[in-house]
Design a protein around this ligand. Sequence first.
Ligand code: HEC
Ligand code: HEC
Ligand code: HEC
Ligand code: HEC
Length: 203
Amino acid sequence: MKFPKMLIMMVAVLAGLALVASTQAASIVGSKHDLTKQSWYSGDGQVCVFCHAPHGASNTLAPLWNHGTTTATFTMYSSPTFQGVIAAQPSGNSKACLSCHDGTVALDTYGGATGSHIVAGSANVGTDLTNDHPVSFTYDAALATADGGLVTPASAALVVTGVPLFYGKLECASCHAVHDPQYGMFLRASNAASALCLKCHSK
Ligand code: HEC
Ligand code: HEC
Ligand code: HEC
Ligand code: HEC
C-alpha cells in the first residue's frame, strides 16, 4: 500500500504546482500590447494610457476606456449551424479590441488625440467578421442544450475557471487575455491540443 500512497501524494504536489503556475499572470509590459515599444512611439512611457485613463474615460466598451472607438459597420458571423443570436454589431469589449484591430482607428488615437499608425499585417482583422470565431452573442445553458456540443457555462460571468463571459456574452476577451502574454497570442489558456477550444466545446 506504500506505493499508491506515494503516487497520490506526488499527484497532489503536481496538481498544487499546476495551480500555482496557472494563477501566475505575465505582465503586459514589454508585450505586443505595450505600445511604447512601437517604432513610432515617443512619449513618457505609460503603458496603460493607450487603453485606459484614471479620469475623463468612458465605461461603455471596457473599464475606464481611453482609446478612440471604431464607428465601422461590421459584417457579423453567420452559418447554417450556428445557433446563437448574434448582435447586429459587436458589443462590449469586442468593440474595444476592434477599435485597434479593425484597421479603421489608429493605434495612437487615444486621450482625445488623433493618431495615424494603423495596426499591421494579420493583426488587422478588418471589418468582415464572417471568417472569425463568432463574438457578441449570449452563451448560456439554453444555447448549450440547443447545441448539444457545448459546455454549460458556470454563470453569466464565467464558462469555466479562466474563461470569462461579459454580461453573459462571448466576446473577444473570453478567449484573449489582453494584458497577459504568457500563453502566446494573449490567449486565456494554452491552446496546445486545442485545450482552449475544449474549455467550451465538448468535442
Ligand atoms: C491594448 C489595450 C489595453 C491596455 C494597454 C491595457 N488594457 Fe486593461 N483592459 C483592456 C480591455 C479591452 C479590457 C476589458 C476586457 C477584459 O476585462 O479582459 C481591460 C480591462 C482592464 C481591467 C478590468 C478587468 C481586469 O482584468 O481586472 C483592469 C483593472 C485593467 N484593464 C487595467 C489595466 C492596467 C493597469 C493597464 C496597464 C498596466 C492596462 N489595463 C492596459 C485593454 C487594455
Ligand atoms: C490600443 C490598440 C489595441 C487594442 C485596444 C487591442 N490591441 Fe491587440 N494588438 C495591438 C497591437 C499594436 C498589436 C501588435 C500587432 C503587431 O504585431 O504588429 C496587437 C496584437 C494582438 C494580438 C497578437 C499577439 C501576438 O503575440 O502576435 C492579439 C491576439 C490581440 N492583439 C488581441 C487583442 C484583443 C482580443 C483585444 C481586446 C480584448 C485587443 N487586442 C485590443 C493593439 C491593440
Ligand atoms: C473562440 C476564441 C477566440 C475568440 C472569440 C477570438 N479569438 Fe482571436 N485568436 C484566437 C486564437 C486561438 C488565436 C491564435 C491563432 C493562431 O495561433 O494561429 C487568435 C489570434 C488572434 C490574433 C492574432 C492574429 C495573427 O495572426 O496575428 C488577433 C489579432 C486576434 N485573435 C484578435 C481577436 C479579436 C479582435 C477578436 C474579437 C473580434 C478575437 N480575436 C476573438 C481565439 C479567439
Ligand atoms: C469561450 C467559449 C468558447 C471557446 C474558447 C471556443 N468556442 Fe467555439 N463557439 C462557442 C460557442 C458558444 C459557439 C456558438 C455555437 C452555436 O451557436 O452553434 C461557438 C461556435 C463555434 C463554431 C461555429 C459553429 C457553427 O455552427 O457555426 C466553430 C467552428 C467553433 N466555435 C470552433 C472553435 C474553435 C476551433 C475554438 C478554439 C480555437 C473555439 N471554438 C473556442 C464557444 C467557444
